[in-house]
Ligand binder design. Structure first.
Ligand SMILES: [Zn+2]
Length: 425
């Protein structure tokens, strides 16, 4: 049964307008509400009052006035972006369009369930568009009961029209964006997808503004290390706590003939601010190392899975011949919050002043391998460092996987001033 049939069914049962019911159904189904449950809740909505119909459509004067409580609207706005995406509703594939609408008061996301022929730059007046809540924000829903009129005169808006964006301007939830990037790293993997085994690519894109990880669900040939590409109709999702560029089947990729110089600028944040974002791909924080955790220094890893092991026992692989490695897990505190920083073998060697050989020798002499971690702690605890890397947040707290770890040469006074400015004093 298609969504249309379900709507027909429901409309005749309840004696209400089919298009209105269908718009509501679309809304619920897009939220992943199963169709039967969606129909039940609409029966409750329309049931009692005997027919509803003629729901009021207030004319809001501006996008800024729309909130999640707004029922439906009539509105004139500029189409900033149009992305297409295929979704599955009740087993049927359907193409939807989504992007941003703007007027001079603000921007709002929209989803169009029909092909109204929208293009970036169009000025449109929509009638009877639904408002729904999505990720806590109001979003305009253009369904089968919505009218769209194209205006001759362009509405001036103080926002960029078109899909081109820098990597660092992308936000989780963005859709229909275009990026021109250098493929800095790429690997091909096989995963168990919805339709059996699928080969995908993942890696890192860079542009003048910075870097972001990506996943290409189409395993495209153009995505090879060192290639400069233009990717259209990409969207941005959250993966392992950081934003990621996602290339679905609808995305198109072509190589471009231009040098892309990857920007090395990084945003510095307080630890509290960084943790509050829920994850950042590239960030810098400055703070004091207040502790070095157990399991730092000379450690052993399982040769199968790379997990740190104790007494030759891996949690997944049982008794194994461990491989020596060096790492540091330390707590960094900047007065706003703390984060666990993780340093790989290279950074650890720099701090320790030697590699595996020196560490093994020290452990042998002391007949205790924890001496390596202790020596590292003496070196770094109590000192202030500038740390750069990816920050992720999970149930166990925030972790910063450090690519740079340097003793800070900031003036403590200027940093104190920054901190006070941030807390608003
Ligand atoms: Zn293992």
């Amino acid at each position: 049964m298609s969504l249309d049939d379900h709507a027909e069914d429901l409309a005749s049962d309840l004696g209400v307008d089919k298009e209105e019911v269908k718009a509501d159904l679309e809304n619920l189904v897009e939220y992943s509400v199963p169709v039967d449950e969606a129909k039940e809740s609409l029966r409750r909505k329309y049931g009692g009052g005997g027919g509803g119909g003629g729901s009021s459509t207030p004319s809001v004067d501006s996008i800024a006035e729309i909130d999640t409580e707004t029922g439906s609207v009539n509105l004139t706005a500029r189409v900033l972006t149009v992305g297409t995406r295929e979704i599955s509703i009740d087993g049927e594939d359907q193409v939807i369009r989504e992007g941003d609408l703007a007027d001079d008061s603000g921007i709002i996301e929209y989803t169009a369930w029909e092909d109204f022929g929208l293009e970036a730059g169009d000025t449109i007046t929509v009638g009877n568009a639904g408002i729904r809540e999505f990720r806590g924000n109001a979003q305009v829903n253009l369904g089968s009961s919505t009218t769209v009129t194209f205006e001759e005169e362009a509405l001036e808006v103080p926002y960029e029209i078109g899909p081109e964006r820098s990597l660092t301007d992308l936000q989780v939830g963005d859709a229909g964006r275009t990026v021109e990037v250098l493929v800095e790293e790429v690997e091909t993997r096989t995963i168990d997808g919805r339709d059996g085994e699928t080969t995908i690519k993942s890696g890192v894109f860079g542009d003048e503004s910075g870097r972001l990880p990506f996943t290409d669900w189409g395993n495209r040939d153009e995505l090879e290390a060192g290639a400069a590409i233009r990717a259209e109709n990409v969207h941005v999702r959250e993966f392992r706590g950081v934003p990621e560029v996602s290339l679905s089947e609808r995305a198109t990729v072509e190589t471009v003939d231009r040098e892309i110089e990857v920007g090395e600028e990084v945003t510095r944040r307080s630890i509290r601010e960084a943790v509050a974002t829920g994850g950042i791909y590239d960030v810098e924080v400055v703070g004091n190392v207040v502790d070095v955790r157990d399991g730092s220094g000379l450690i052993e890893r399982c040769p199968e899975c790379g997990r740190v092991i104790q007494n030759g026992q891996c949690r997944s692989h049982g008794e194994v011949e461990g491989e020596d490695d060096l790492r540091v897990r330390a707590i960094l505190d900047d007065g706003t919050d703390t984060v666990t920083i993780v340093l790989g073998p290279d950074r650890t060697e720099e701090i320790y002043g030697g590699g595996l050989e020196k560490a093994r020798e020290a452990a042998r002499d002391a007949m205790d391998q924890t001496v390596v971690g202790e020596q590292i702690a003496q070196e770094i605890v109590g000192r202030e460092y500038r740390v750069r890397g990816h920050l992720s947040v999970d149930d166990y707290g925030a972790t910063l996987d450090a690519s740079e770890f340097e003793e800070s040469d900031d003036e403590p006074a200027s940093r104190a001033a920054d901190l006070l400015a941030e807390v608003g004093q």
